[in-house]
Design a protein around this ligand. Structure first.
Ligand SMILES: [Zn+2]
Ligand SMILES: [Zn+2]
Length: 250
């Protein structure tokens, strides 16, 4: 008689094969051909792409010819440019929450697929890619840091090294905080790794920082400040999605 563990292993393999061989579109339930992973071509086009946005902070723009928003012109952030693939609206918001709050590796893989297919390299190629860390508690609970894996996908797309540079010292969650509260929280929580673990970042003149969701830009601003204090000349930011005034990240 076979060990029950073998039976579970077979069921698990069959289930994984079934999940990866999805034949209907996740969004419209229409049919998929063999070249499509989980979205049909029509739904790919209808995703909320963040095409019209401020070139510095990626905030969605109301007019097509705007280069930098008024806020960036009055008080520029410490990073030079930012872009995101999408705005944080349906269905992207639901998929990110499923990935993070339900600890879904299935959705984790799909968001990485979206990153590899929708990442647009910046005009000037960065020397290295890094990411915003998550707290140790969240990483243990989820089993992954979404920002880190998205950054790995980005680094693969542009063939650049992926660096781990930051750590979170405070445990307070950024979600639900006002812009001022986020700045205050981050001023103390986001830090560079200790000198013994930190590579010489001044070797990299231009670093791209990756996060899953860009909300106010406060996290990226703090990351860029830290990198520039250590000799980095140019900092760019990329995120999967940008929160909007009508749909802030919760
Ligand atoms: Zn579809
Ligand atoms: Zn801006």
């Amino acid at each position: 008689m076979k060990h029950p563990g073998n039976l579970w292993s077979i069921i698990n393999q069959q289930l994984t094969a079934f999940m990866s061989a999805q034949s209907t579109c996740e969004w419209c339930l229409g049919g998929l051909d063999s070249s499509q992973r989980f979205l049909c071509h029509s739904c790919q086009q209808q995703l909320p792409h963040n095409l019209l946005a401020c070139s510095q902070c990626a905030e969605p723009a109301a007019v097509a010819d705007m280069r930098r928003c008024g806020r960036c012109q009055r008080r520029p952030p410490a990073f030079e440019y930012a872009s995101t693939a999408f705005t944080y609206e349906a269905p992207i918001d639901r998929w990110v929450l499923r990935c993070k709050d339900q600890h879904s590796l299935h959705w984790h893989d799909r968001l990485n697929q979206l990153t590899r297919s929708h990442f647009a390299p910046p005009a000037v190629m960065p020397d290295a890619v890094t990411f915003i860390p998550s707290s140790r508690y969240k990483r243990l609970r989820r089993g992954f840091n979404l920002s880190e894996s998205l950054a790995a996908s980005v680094a693969l797309c542009i063939d650049r090294p992926l660096l781990s540079l930051f750590q979170l010292q405070a445990q307070q969650d950024q979600r639900g905080l006002s812009v001022a509260q986020r700045h205050a929280n981050l001023q103390h929580s986001l830090q560079c790794l200790p000198p013994s673990a930190l590579p010489d970042v001044s070797e990299f003149g231009h670093i791209l920082v990756v996060d899953d969701i860009m909300t106010s830009g406060a996290t990226m601003h703090r990351a860029a400040q830290l990198l520039k204090q250590r000799g980095v000349k140019l900092v760019g930011c990329w995120a999967l999605a940008r929160a909007t005034k009508s749909r802030p990240a919760t």
